[in-house]
Design a protein around this ligand. Structure first.
Ligand SMILES: [Zn+2]
Length: 113
């Protein structure tokens, strides 16, 4: 249910930006979501429909760009997407891994009219 809070933030950011820019209607919002965030786009859409009522952002189309989990090997700096739950470098086999991507959550762009 943490999508509720996220949707609230998305709407707040969109409203602020729209006001800043003197825009009265937002037609679409492009949101980037990393796999590690666990956020379900359909769930955000569901809340959005209700929560955006009577705001500048009401009726805007939500477009999601989902980014995969990406890991980086500490030994050879290889960046890869893990296929199994075992986080091990496919290039050199080292088990020391850092998270390179997948935690993203941000509004990439908005279309307004
Ligand atoms: Zn490696």
């Amino acid at each position: 249910m943490h999508e509720y809070g996220v949707t609230e933030s998305i709407i707040r950011i969109v409203e602020d930006k729209a006001k800043e820019a003197g825009v009265t209607k937002v037609t679409s919002i492009h949101i980037v979501v990393g796999a590690l965030t666990g956020f379900v786009p359909d769930c955000i859409r569901f809340y959005y429909d209700t929560m955006s009522k009577n705001t500048i952002a009401e009726g805007a189309t939500l477009e999601f760009e989902e980014l995969p989990l990406r890991l980086r090997c500490r030994s050879c700096a290889d960046v890869f997407e893990p296929i199994t739950r075992e986080w091990k470098c496919p290039a050199c086999g080292a088990p020391e891994i850092d998270i390179e991507g997948g935690r993203e959550l941000y509004i990439k762009e908005m279309e307004v009219s």
